[in-house]
Design a protein around this ligand. Structure first.
Ligand code: PLP
Length: 385
């Protein structure tokens, strides 16, 4: 079986597994003051330091959560309710059209339920990059404090977003900035302090850590109300006994990706794959290819071959890829992201995402191309019959 779906989840790195196994042996609660508790606390704090370093943040800024989804929800709801308490009420949410559903849906629910908050979408260009000028206009038009939600890199296309400019406009307008760095962490440099974001979110399983752990990085002094009450954990920002082994695995994965740096071979796999596809099928369409992209992601369509059939055919052939946003559902539905980029429905229905990761190889690329050859040959023979 060949796994080429790292943007959905990246298999557990051996270093993360080993750290989790060690943590599972501890058996103490990090809130307990006895010996076992203190060992568990030290384990959590070492991981916090490691995750903070990956994000270019202070360890005190790191709030562990159950994943990227909860981190995004905590940032949004926490900012809204924290700002109410601070009497610097948020009145406007500007959310890019390509945000992950954990941002898009929470923001929409906030706008529907919290009186006095409006929401507007920041459009993207046909290259998949957020339209910075449109954001600038949105920020200027209305009154009241705003929060801007802009992801660092898109999960479907891999397009790296113009965060420097986005942060500059947000700052000039006095707006808060939430950056979902779930897909970009470890692949492009993440420097929370330098970027000037107020909230940044991470997920362990996208960097080879375990599923079910993530983090919200929050700048000190910005509004953040806890959305889960019931304990003073995480400095009162997220109640509940910490997932010690998961957090240990997250810390270990963060240490590995930090050490490897961003100069890895992932773009070589992606380019080998895309060159192979282009050579065979010159009519193939690569989404976001004119923008700067994460080195590991290729989102493409072979016109006339439906993504649903292709995904199933490739799966039967032992190649695991995805179509659209795989982490939101097991079924193929048309992509919001491609729609926002102006891709027509028919082409979007053919979109496949191949994403490489730490255990990928040239052989995997060649096997995927050979499987695509067989898939297209079968599709043509069906048409001819
Ligand atoms: N944000 C982005 C950009 C993602 O791609 C994902 C998952 O695919 C998430 C957030 C959610 O992270 P988690 O799976 O840890 O809840």
């Amino acid at each position: 079986m060949i796994y080429l779906d790292h943007n959905a989840t990246s298999p557990l790195r051996p270093e993360a597994r080993a750290a989790m196994e060690r943590a599972l042996e501890i058996g103490g609660n990090p809130s307990s003051v006895h010996g076992a508790g203190r060992v568990a606390r030290a384990c959590v704090e070492a991981a916090r330091e490691s995750v903070a370093r990956l994000a270019g943040a202070e360890s005190a800024d790191v709030v562990f959560t159950s994943g990227g989804t909860e981190a995004n929800a905590l940032a949004l709801w926490g900012a809204v309710y924290g700002a109410l308490e601070a009497e610097a009420r948020l009145t406007r949410l500007f959310v890019s059209a390509i945000e992950h559903s954990s941002v898009a849906v929470n923001a929409a629910v906030i706008a529907a339920r919290v009186p006095g908050i409006r929401i507007a979408e920041i459009p993207v260009g046909s290259d998949g990059a957020i339209d910075v000028e449109a954001l600038r206009v949105l920020l200027r038009e209305g009154k009241g404090r705003a929060l801007v939600a802009a992801m660092a890199a898109n999960n479907e296309t891999g397009v790296i977003q113009p965060l420097g400019e986005i942060a500059r406009h947000a700052k000039e307008a006095g707006a808060l900035l939430l950056v979902d760095a779930v897909q970009s962490a470890g692949k492009v440099t993440t420097d929370f302090a330098k970027l000037g974001a107020d909230y940044l979110t991470l997920s362990a399983h996208k960097i080879g850590g375990p599923q079910g752990v993530g983090a919200l990085i929050v700048k000190s002094g910005v509004p953040l109300a806890s959305i889960v009450g019931g304990g003073g954990h995480e400095r009162g920002r997220r109640a509940g006994t910490e997932n010690v082994s998961g957090i240990a695995g997250f810390g270990a994965a963060a240490a590995v990706v930090r050490e490897l740096g961003t100069a890895n071979r992932l773009a070589e796999f992606r380019d080998r794959f895309e060159n192979g596809v282009r050579k065979r099928w010159p009519q193939a369409v690569f989404f976001g290819a004119s923008a700067s992209r994460l080195g590991n992601t290729s989102n493409f369509a072979l016109p006339g071959i439906s993504a649903e059939n292709a995904m199933m055919g490739l799966d039967l052939d032992g190649i695991m890829v995805s179509s659209g946003s795989a982490c939101s559902s097991g079924k193929v539905k048309s992509s919001r992201v491609l729609k926002a980029m102006g891709v027509d429905d028919e082409t979007a229905r053919s979109a496949l995402r191949v994403s490489f990761g730490w255990n990928s190889s040239d052989d995997d690329v060649d096997a995927a191309l050979a499987a695509l050859d067989r898939l297209v040959a079968r599709a043509h023979s069906r048409v001819a019959a």
